[in-house]
Design a protein around this ligand. Structure first.
Ligand SMILES: [Fe+2]
Length: 502
């Protein structure tokens, strides 16, 4: 990138006025902006009054504060200012010391002015390259973060992760993420971090007002003590902060605003405004997607529940069966420490496992006595009917094998395929245990509910032949530990990623 010398600010520090003047004239001829100071102490005052100094060219031997001390102060304050040392023969060792402490280069006195300009130009080039690299690595980091956020669908996680990453990358003393609910202009706080709002109780409402303006006008704010009073909300109070507000918009849809605050003269830069704006735009899209997915997810859950209810409408005695099987399956899954994807599969498969009964004639479904062989053969077709129905929904393909095989036995005597232990999908085995348990402990057309202890004994006697022993034992332990009453209570079911894909 081409460097414009006009944008470079250089501070020349020397107790010899004539030398300062020579340097100043030569540097100005090259286009640089030049400031002067007569010693280290004076230099620090100039720096405090001018935040954006890029380079110091300093003598070493000076009254009040010498060059080495000045350099140490600059480094202690972590100011990003390059340091070029001018040194006479007598102070050459100190110059070496300066290089060790991070000076960019040194220039032996007396020097030819062209020599000075060559050194300055090299420092400027190195500085520019260093900043480009830093900017690029920041952008790459932000883009990676944005991509990671875009693959997230949970709104809360996106908001927390966004603020966390903003804190790590911009080091604010406080940060707040505001979100817009519905189409109201007023914003509500989503995530708040840091101490400044506790220290200054009036600050929050004022910041919120400005954040609302930022979003309404699609405008970023960069405020510090020098310009804050231009904003009406801050016109009547001292403003010891640097504040950055960036609106979050996704395809012109107003999503929210992020506010960062720093104290103690750690000023935000225009580079940081740009960087945060890019990040905010990506995050706004991720938030919009998450909101959309959440709406679709709710709809899909309702559709799936209504499918299950359609079956229950035909089969009065199985009312609530599918939902309870789903909840039991998730409880057992939690006990087995399955991951969230498997839990989602279990829940969805649980709700839909008997959907195939939709194709079974009512007189068989609701027969008040045991089915005869012929009727049982018809009943045995419900997993295949379920497979036919569900295979038309691409996003449910992962639950197909679970639903299809939920009546298999590990001894191979089940249906529809009669496959044995090694071939029955694990999650189908889980459903099979809780399905049998739920059926036994509920009223049916042909019998009353069994006490849970009876159901437990039947499960235990069939373990190793009909059901997998380990699963039966775990389920029995879970029900014994928690109590049959409490096991029937609703549980907090995790988000259903599978349904998100519908
Ligand atoms: Fe079934």
């Amino acid at each position: 990138m081409e460097i414009k010398n006009e944008s470079i600010k250089i501070l020349v520090v020397d107790d010899e006025e004539s030398l300062r003047e020579i340097c100043k004239d030569a540097l100005r001829d090259e286009g640089y902006q030049v400031l002067q100071a007569e010693d280290g102490q004076n230099a620090l005052e100039v720096i405090a009054a001018n935040e954006d100094i890029d380079m110091i060219i300093s003598d070493l031997r000076m009254p009040v504060m010498n060059g080495l001390e000045l350099l140490e102060q600059i480094r202690n304050k972590k100011l990003d200012i390059d340091f070029l040392v001018m040194t006479g023969f007598a102070t050459i060792e100190t110059a070496v010391e300066c290089m060790k402490k991070g000076a960019a280069d040194y220039l032996p006195k007396p020097f030819n002015i062209n020599h000075l300009l060559v050194k300055v130009s090299k420092v400027v080039r190195d500085r520019s390259a260093r900043m480009d690299r830093a900017r690029l690595s920041n952008i790459v980091r932000m883009l990676n973060l944005s991509n990671a956020l875009n693959s997230q669908l949970d709104l809360k996680s996106i908001c927390y992760e966004f603020v966390l990453q903003v804190q790590r990358n911009f080091l604010p003393d406080s940060a707040v993420l505001f979100m817009r609910r519905d189409d109201r202009t007023a914003l509500t706080k989503s995530v708040v971090r840091g101490r400044l709002f506790r220290e200054d109780p009036d600050l929050f409402s004022k910041v919120q007002k400005l954040a609302e303006e930022s979003l309404e006008k699609n405008k970023s704010f960069l405020l510090d003590p020098s310009n804050a009073s231009d904003e009406p909300v801050f016109s009547d109070q001292e403003f010891p902060y640097s504040m950055l507000i960036v609106p979050l918009l996704s395809q012109m849809k107003k999503v929210g605003a992020i506010v960062l605050l720093r104290k103690d003269k750690k000023f935000f830069t225009t580079d940081e405004v740009q960087l945060l704006s890019v990040f905010a735009a990506h995050v706004a899209t991720a938030i919009q997607n998450a909101k959309m997915y959440s709406r679709i997810r709710d709809q899909n859950i309702n559709i799936i529940r209504s499918y299950a209810k359609a079956v229950e409408a035909k089969d009065y005695y199985t009312k609530g069966h599918s939902e309870r099987v789903a909840l039991y399956a998730v409880k057992l899954g939690g006990f087995l420490r399955l991951d969230s994807e498997e839990m989602d599969l279990l829940y969805t498969a649980g709700v839909l496992h008997d959907i195939g009964k939709i194709g079974i004639p009512d007189h068989i479904l609701n027969k008040p006595s045991k089915l005869d062989d012929e009727e049982f053969e018809v009943m045995k077709s419900h997993p295949a009917i379920a497979r036919d129905i569900l295979s038309q929904v691409w996003s449910l393909k992962e639950i197909l094998p679970i639903v299809y095989h939920h009546h298999e036995r590990i001894d191979g005597k089940g249906y529809p395929e009669g496959i044995g232990d090694g071939q029955v999908p694990f999650l189908a085995k889980v459903i099979s245990v809780v399905d049998a348990f739920e059926a036994m402990t509920s009223d049916r057309a042909y019998r009353k509910a069994l006490p849970w202890e009876k159901a437990r004994d039947i499960l235990l006697s069939g373990s190793g032949s009909q059901w997998e022993t380990d699963l039966v034992e775990k389920w029995v332990k879970l029900v014994s530990d928690e109590g049959f009453e409490s096991i029937q209570q609703d549980i907090d079911v995790k988000p259903f990623k599978l349904m998100d894909k519908l």
